[in-house]
Design a protein around this ligand. Structure first.
Ligand code: G3I
Length: 353
């Protein structure tokens, strides 16, 4: 009697687990992998001399049709805004969750967009198992190489270029004190590039930095860093200048041109990888402030179009509503209602064939 009742309990437990799993799958949208529906009729971007991209959020692409319409009518390149970051892709050591990023890569492939992978190594958006661990150099290096090899080989041939290392420098030009630097030393940067190249020798590999668009200590440190990598034979192909800026003080076309030429002389490609142009939240949305924003975008696009090795310009967000900066700062090409701002035509003009 005792044995029969325990078998019954076990059976009920198994049934409950199966039912729970099915319910969970149903609640997460029917159990299938996430996907972005391509609208039946959508605009196509103009013919451009080089890729114009945007960071794309999966949640926005799935629920905001005007967001998707604006992306498809404007941009020829896609950067997953967060879906490829470590906390999203390897929430537990050796356990990879790539479905969200797969949906974005699949959408880009179905609509003929280039994909920039972002980002393999950063000191932010790291999962607790990584930041909370006490690591030997050998073990952390293995973790780093496993992560990079898994992601880069998973999207081999689908991701055209990677932000391999993101923001390794402080504004004073010193290396950011991160888990990577503290345990592995500055060599973590070369290790990351070598692991990415081994996994996909055809992908272009970038070091991506912010606030280095103009001359100064940070740009000099960035120059010395990438020059050293090149001299060591590290497989680095380019430098990404994020260009998060403001209407008050954007880098001029001449300043960007000089920066691009400086790094191109090292035998590197350059890209603007995360541009947005903040309007102070308290400032009313006047024609004048929108024109100043448009000028900043035009200048960046002109500098890239006229440079010898600028291979793309990416805006960090499709519409103001979904910007990481918040809609009040109105930083993108499309307003909070997905309507075009003067910046949209201004950034396209220098890039049109
Ligand atoms: O997805 C979770 C959601 O489930 C949760 O309810 C919510 C509130 O906690 O958080 C959501 O995650 C947020 C994620 O954006 C998606 O919206 C994270 O907390 C938030 O930290 C994350 O911010 C991102 C930020 O990088 C992280 O530092 C921004 O979206 C993203 O635009 C921004 O992008 C960075 C580049 O990767 C590197 N260069 C700088 C740039 C701006 O910081």
């Amino acid at each position: 009697m005792q044995r029969r009742s325990s078998r019954l309990l076990i059976g009920l437990a198994v049934l409950a687990a199966i039912a729970g799993g099915l319910l969970g799958a149903f609640l997460s949208g029917g159990g299938g992998a996430p996907r972005i529906a391509v609208p039946a009729r959508h605009g196509s971007p103009p013919a451009l001399k080089l890729p114009l991209g945007s960071a794309v959020r999966l949640d926005a692409a799935q629920q905001d049709k005007p967001y998707l319409r604006d992306f498809l009518a404007t941009f020829t390149s896609l950067t997953p805004e967060n879906a490829m970051k470590w906390d999203e892709t390897e929430p537990r050591r050796g356990h990879y969750t790539l479905g969200d990023a797969d949906a974005l890569v699949d959408f880009a492939q179905r609509t003929g967009r280039r994909v920039r992978g972002h980002t393999l190594v950063w000191d932010q958006q790291l999962p607790a198992w990584l930041t909370g661990g006490s690591w030997s150099a050998g073990e952390l290096r293995q973790v780093l190489e496993d992560h990079i090899r898994t992601l880069v080989s998973h999207w081999k041939g689908k991701v055209e270029s990677w932000d391999v290392v993101n923001e390794p420098l402080e504004n004073d030009g010193t290396l950011t004190r991160s888990l990577w630097l503290n345990v592995l030393g500055p060599g973590y940067i070369a290790t990351a590039f070598r692991a990415a190249h081994a996994a996909d020798p055809d992908a272009r590999l970038f070091l991506n930095e912010l606030a280095a668009e103009r001359p100064g200590r940070k740009q000099d440190a960035l120059y010395a860093l990438v020059k050293g990598l090149k001299e060591q034979g590290v497989p680095i192909d380019g430098v990404g200048f994020q260009n998060h800026t403001t209407v008050g003080n954007p880098p001029s076309e001449a300043q960007l041109a000089a920066t691009f030429a400086r790094f191109e002389a090292l035998g590197l490609d350059v890209e603007i990888t995360e541009m947005d142009v903040t309007i102070p939240p308290h400032h009313p949305t006047t024609d004048r402030i929108l024109a100043r924003q448009a000028q900043a975008y035009r200048d960046a696009a002109a500098a890239c179009a006229n440079a010898s090795r600028c291979t793309g310009l990416t805006v960090w967000g499709v519409t103001d509503r979904w910007s990481w900066l918040g809609a009040a700062k109105r930083p993108t090409l499309y307003d909070a209602h997905a309507g075009p701002k003067p910046a949209r035509d201004a950034v396209l003009a220098p890039l049109r064939k």
